[in-house]
Design a protein around this ligand. Structure first.
Ligand code: BGC
Length: 742
């Protein structure tokens, strides 16, 4: 009997030992202890393998220890279709057609953080279903010039708005176990010469304008990844930049995630070792361009790094720091016992895309109540323009998508109007770019039309004369030098002779609506002759439905511009006094670009230079009207430690339900340092029935009053008088309140 008991005890002990989980896999243990356990188990080669790419979008795991391959993918508006292991061409998968969500300018235009959270969750679900561990997005580079080809991927000109919107996107995405990779850190504000631009900027503008959204993504969103930008700052590339990465991001902000290089953004092994890069990805870096079989071994953080360690030039101190960060990323994603499985092309994702678009579309102008289209009175509607029939999800660079479906503006509007028995006709108006392909994804559309511009205009005009209302869909597209990566726009005007078409239509029919599809502002010389103007963005899969919702009034528009819409390019600080696109150094392929306008970006420049934009930052109309009452502040005297709440009643004074964004700007009445005349420091979107009033309260803290002191390198709130300006656009702030900071 004793022997049996003894044997049973031994057996139980052996079984217990056999099933002991290594500490690094024990999710109940503290994260850092798990990393401490895992790190020494890796060989030098395994450590090096996980800090650089092994294919276009993946990096190696540690197969020996059961750590899976790590998969990234673009970003930021939908999950990019799968490409070949080593090439940009399509892998030919038949299960990678996604939902395209509205581009980030549209998301920012919702001024609704709940929309950003829904966006992040839906995108995360699509990413999980496709087996992706990191999405290369969101983008939060500041809108400095309307010529930047990539503005559509970003969240506008204001650091506060971008900060508030990026945080829930990151949180929503990461709630699905998918890492965000916030990009492009930092100062990547134009595409022209993006690999060779060296930005010269003062510390205040850097900290007050260009960094806050990244900081919020890190400190409030707890982003697990940041992508270094292609350009240079202080003469050193941003993918291994000691100031931006080691000092600001990792030391000052306490970032514990992974710095990923933009694809091919690393340039030097020793800089990459020392200056903050953790995970190197590439496109044309050594090896790949030479077609070597061991291409990825030639990455800066691969064999060249190993050689330096073997030669004794470096210990594994820096390497272990990078590996620690990458392992932390694995623990947050691929090493989790349970991650949501995700879902793709679900009804909920289409609904998210349509709802976000509906909240982001901006009604810029609406004279004489041309909009919404009165479906009881109007019998014949003419739709004009290439952008009514052109797919916009293909093209534009790395954010190009392969969609399961994309409802075109003409189709969406036609379907909606025909429900009410309205006849819809179409005229082309102009021919822009009829191509539609990116990395092997083609739209399959044949948009070729050989008629001359005059014939196209004649046709559109004669049809317009017969119609009760005309809706023109134009703007930009995703072709090079429009809204596209790698190229900036070449001028501010609309391309393809669209101005002539619009002018002719305005003469032919007084009920003209222009819907501008773009991620950027464009010149509108015909603005006074066109009663209704809508900013329609690039809104993805549900474009046609969402635009129809707003045009007929099924959805009451509530979008607000996330950037200033200048009348002319010279009214933009970067063009008036800045150095766009920089000055080429003699004998060197470097463009020094000085941000001479400093803090004065967007509406800050408008206030300083006293220009009048076509449409102000924060502007956006509704089919109803709102009035704001008197503001009440919680206290007239506060100390730096206090917060302050301002409350203002908002009433829907019109006849239909709608949403308004109450915007709060702060003005430092007297300051020892130059400061912008006002800065956005709070906002809230409220939904109101006709006649309904809501009390909107916005609380601000010391940060809302501070500027960055570049001599002390800290944020300072100077005692004195402050003014609060409240209203519904940066140029419509009728409500004022005052307080004093002791
Ligand atoms: C872009 C990034 C993108 C990466 C991978 C780069 O050229 O700048 O935004 O995530 O390619 O496609």
């Amino acid at each position: 009997m004793k022997r049996i008991v003894f044997l049973a005890v031994v057996l139980a002990a052996l079984m217990a030992q056999a099933t002991v989980t290594p500490l690094y896999l024990d999710e109940t243990a503290p994260l850092e202890q798990r990393i401490d356990d895992l790190l020494p188990r890796l060989t030098l080669d395994e450590k090096l393998a996980i800090i650089h790419a092994q294919s276009k979008f993946s990096s190696a795991g540690v197969p020996r220890l059961g750590i899976p391959t790590f998969w990234t993918d673009d970003g930021p508006h939908g999950v990019r279709p799968d490409v070949l292991w080593d090439e940009w061409e399509q892998a030919g998968a038949t299960n990678d057609s996604c939902v395209a969500f509205p581009a980030l300018t549209c998301l920012a235009a919702t001024w609704n953080p709940a929309m950003a959270h829904r966006y992040g969750v839906a995108l995360g679900e699509e990413a999980r279903y496709r087996g992706k561990d990191m999405i290369l997005g969101p983008g939060v580079n500041i809108y400095r010039t309307p010529l930047n080809g990539r503005n559509f991927e970003y969240m506008g000109e204001d650091p506060y708005l971008a900060s508030i919107m990026v945080v829930p996107y990151v949180q929503g995405l990461q709630s699905q176990g998918v890492a965000a990779c916030v990009k492009h850190y930092a100062l990547n504000n134009n595409e022209l010469f993006r690999h060779t631009t060296n930005v010269i900027i003062d510390d205040r503008a850097l900290h007050e304008i260009y960094l806050p959204a990244f900081k919020a993504a890190v400190q409030q969103g707890h982003a697990w990844g940041i992508m270094g930008a292609y350009n240079l700052y202080k003469n050193i590339h941003n993918c291994h930049n000691p100031y931006l990465l080691n000092d600001i991001l990792k030391r000052d902000w306490g970032f514990d995630g992974v710095v990923v290089s933009d694809w091919g953004g690393a340039h030097d092994t020793e800089q990459a070792i020392r200056y903050g890069l953790d995970l190197e990805f590439g496109t044309w870096t050594n090896g790949l361009s030479e077609g070597a079989r061991n291409a990825y071994d030639n990455y800066y953080l691969a064999l060249p790094y190993k050689r330096l360690i073997e030669q004794g030039k470096y210990t594994t101190r820096e390497l272990d720091e990078k590996v620690r960060r990458v392992l932390r990323l694995f623990m947050r994603t691929t090493l989790r016992d349970y991650r949501p499985r995700g879902s793709m092309c679900s009804a909920d994702h289409y609904d998210a895309a349509r709802t976000i678009a509906g909240e982001g579309i901006v009604l810029l102008q609406n004279k004489g109540g041309v909009l919404p289209i009165d479906t009881r009175r109007v019998r014949r509607v003419l739709v004009v323009g290439e952008n009514a029939i052109k797919m916009m999800t293909v093209g534009g660079g790395s954010s190009s998508l392969k969609v399961q479906r994309e409802v075109l503006p003409l189709d969406g509007l036609k379907a909606r109007l025909q429900r009410d028995g309205i006849e819809v006709d179409y005229a082309r108006g102009y021919v822009g770019d009829t191509t539609g392909a990116y990395n092997g994804v083609t739209t399959g559309q044949n948009l070729v039309d050989h008629r001359t511009p005059a014939q196209l205009i004649d046709d559109a005009v004669s049809k317009a004369r017969q119609a009760d209302a005309v809706v023109f869909f134009g703007g930009l597209n995703k072709s090079n030098h429009q809204d596209a990566e790698e190229y900036d726009r070449e001028d501010y005007g609309l391309p393809y002779g669209q101005n002539e078409v619009i002018e002719a239509l305005a003469k032919a029919n007084k009920n003209l609506v222009v819907v501008n599809i773009s991620g950027n502002a464009v010149a509108m010389p015909w603005r006074d002759r066109v009663p209704a103007i809508v900013q329609g963005w690039f809104i993805g899969s549900e474009a046609g439905n969402a635009l129809a919702d707003v045009l007929v009034g099924d959805v009451n528009p509530s979008g607000k511009l996330p950037f200033t819409w200048p009348e002319r390019l010279q009214d933009v600080g970067a063009h008036a006094v800045g150095d766009y696109p920089g000055t080429k150094r003699t004998g060197e392929d470097i463009w020094d670009e000085e941000y001479r306008e400093g803090l004065y970006v967007g509406y800050r420049w408008v206030d300083k230079a006293k220009t009048r934009p076509a449409f102000a930052f924060g502007h956006g109309l509704s089919y109803t009207t709102f009035t704001l009452g008197k503001a009440v502040v919680s206290s007239n005297h506060i100390t730096a430690a206090d917060s302050l709440t301002v409350t203002v009643p908002v009433t829907n004074t019109g006849s239909c339900a709608g949403a308004e964004v109450v915007q709060l700007y702060v003005r430092d009445v007297k300051s020892s340092m130059p400061r912008p005349a006002k800065e956005l420091k709070g906002f809230k979107k409220v939904y109101l029935q006709p006649g309904q009033t809501a009390q909107v309260s916005i609380t601000i803290g010391r940060d809302a009053l501070s500027y960055y002191d570049d001599t002390r390198h800290q944020w300072v709130a100077e005692p004195g008088d402050f003014e609060l300006l409240l209203g519904t656009a940066s140029d419509r702030l009728p409500v004022k309140a005052k307080f004093t900071l002791e």
